[in-house]
Ligand binder design. Structure first.
Ligand code: NAD
Ligand code: 6OD
Length: 491
């Protein structure tokens, strides 16, 4: 399907096939499902629906490839291949960004400035990282020396969500390949296009056949569950909902697979009265509504110290009303379409629930006028709810935030921690001691002070409590994607 966009050129949406053992293939039974454009609800193309048969083929190819040319490749050659994947992504940046925007409904400018460049950078980063990677050695008195060697885990299943499709997939794939593993990828069913192209990009970069396999399909009773249940899959790296993580853990238990989990969040954004409110609001607009609020790190619970609460709310509501919602390909658009009909209904149900729970919708909460087609929602700010309300407790994963005043440091720490999630937090204050004090007590894997989503790929990334298991990033990714064997030699 040829899609007309308002940016410089057209992009061709396509039917998405599986990529198994270096070839694009349809499902054994020919089954497909529709890929729908969230911005206008039109069908972009067909996606091959994989199941156990396709997963079996892909896992067999990955298992065979573990001991093939990939294993024999020199370190220099492997680094060059991984770097080349990043180079090709950059060469095809415009096309990939358009496809990502079509699949997700996110603004094209966002895909082309964040998602796709960062996807390329994931490969460049791990290519560089690999060159300096070592292990450890210990001398045991005069008796022995110990040294560790690093080996791949084996066949790794990478299961991905739809919100940052290529960015999050490559955040897993780059270290997975760098550590010498082979893989079967299960992209999110709602966003199959950039993952499909990654197959040919890997092939062109010199990745041997069978090392990277991609099987499309759904989660339960489909390609997802077949992958997590497969006895020849050694590890699963999963990003998605906490509830899905629980299901996968049960399936993976049968063969005791190694698991890495990046799950949901309900992240506090804590604003003290001594912070610079204009700076806070500029960043809070992003941490609340960028990518339609469909970022696991979004600060959906906003706590404001009482002396500046009214002032903050007034300015924040006014600035939120200025955000342009609409066509993802219009450069003025700040908030695009939500991912799909089911998710849209779910997000809207939280808006209704907020009213039932006694909340006041300060702005938003409805479809913007003139946008009858597509899954659009005005950015929404809700006040008047307390910590026990479901809207404050549950992840909504849309452009919906709550604002709540607080009176003391102790009170806001208790409120921030009063959730089973523990992914990220932002703290805004110009008091250095308070910043350290509060950061040390918030239960989250990632805490930003006076900023949000500033990422250095060397740093540990992940959540505590029910927001995840393990960490990704730099050495932490290598811990997951490799096995260490200690060799002890008696002197
Ligand atoms: P999801 O859990 O519904 O699906 C994620 C992936 O898992 C999809 O590919 C899906 O097909 C697959 N899946 C679903 N059920 C499965 C099963 N039983 N077995 C195997 N695979 C299965 O999540 P989503 O709706 O795609 O993504 C949104 C969620 O992801 C939010 O909760 C968000 O917070 C979370 N997320 C977390 C991070 C993080 O880094 N912590 C990043 C992005 C998104
Ligand atoms: O920046 C990253 O590395 C990362 N994993 C971002 C996750 C965003 C969640 O939606």
């Amino acid at each position: 399907m040829q899609v007309q966009t308002t940016v410089d050129q057209e992009v061709k949406a396509f039917d998405c096939l599986h990529f198994i053992n270096g070839q694009y293939v349809v499902s054994h039974n020919g089954k497909t499902f529709n890929n729908v454009n969230p911005a206008n609800e039109e069908v972009l193309g067909q996606v091959s629906e994989g199941g156990k048969e396709e997963i079996d083929l892909a896992v067999a190819a990955a298992k065979k490839a573990l001991n093939g040319p990939w294993k024999k490749m020199t370190l220099n050659d492997r680094i060059a291949v991984i770097r080349r994947i990043g180079d090709i992504i950059l060469e095809r940046k415009d096309e990939l960004a358009k496809l990502e925007s079509l699949d997700t409904g996110k603004p094209y400018w966002l895909a082309s400035t964040i998602d796709i460049p960062r996807s390329a950078y994931n490969f460049h980063f791990f290519a560089d990282y690999l060159r300096g990677l070592g292990t450890e050695a210990y001398q045991t008195d005069d008796v022995a020396i110990n040294y560790a060697i690093r080996r791949p885990v084996g066949v790794v299943g990478l299961i991905n969500p739809w919100n940052l499709p290529l960015l999050l997939l490559t955040w897993k794939l780059a270290p997975c390949l760098a550590a010498g593993n082979t893989t079967v990828i299960k992209p999110a069913e709602l966003t199959p296009m950039t993952a499909t192209l990654l197959g040919e990009i890997c092939r062109e970069a010199g990745v041997p056949d069978g090392v990277v396999n991609i099987v499309h399909g759904f989660g339960p009773d489909s390609a997802g569950s077949a992958l997590t249940e497969h006895p020849d899959v050694d590890a699963i790296s999963f990003t998605g909902e906490t509830t899905t993580g629980k299901v996968i853990m049960k399936a993976a238990a049968q063969s005791l697979k190694k698991l890495s989990y990046e799950l949901g969040g309900k992240n506090p954004n804590i604003i003290f009265a001594d912070s610079d409110l204009d700076e806070v609001i500029e960043t809070t607009l992003k941490s609340s509504f960028i990518n339609q609020g469909e970022v696991c790190l979004c600060g959906s619970r906003i706590y404001v110290e009482r002396p500046v609460y009214e002032q903050f709310v007034e300015k924040f509501v006014a600035k939120t009303k200025e955000l342009v919602v609409g066509d993802p390909f219009d450069p003025k658009t700040k908030v695009g379409a939500l991912i799909g009909e089911e998710h849209y209904s779910r997000v809207m149900s939280y808006v209704e629930l907020a009213k039932e729970e006694g909340g006041q919708i300060l702005t938003g909460g409805r479809r913007p006028e003139g946008l009858e087609k597509g899954f659009y929602l005005e950015p929404t700010i809700i006040a008047g709810l307390d910590r026990n309300c479901r809207v404050v407790q549950e992840e909504i994963f849309g452009p919906v935030v709550t604002v709540i005043p607080f009176d003391s440091e102790e009170e806001v720490i208790a409120q921030a921690n009063d959730t089973h999630y523990g992914l990220s937090a932002s703290i805004w204050t110009n008091d250095l001691r308070r910043a350290h004090r509060v950061a040390g007590q918030i239960e989250a894997g990632i805490i930003w002070v006076n900023t949000w989503f500033l990422r250095d790929l060397r740093t540990p990334f992940g959540g505590m409590k029910q927001s995840g298991i393990g960490r990704e990033g730099g050495m932490h990714s290598f811990e997951f994607y490799s096995e260490l064997t200690n060799i002890c030699i008696k002197l």
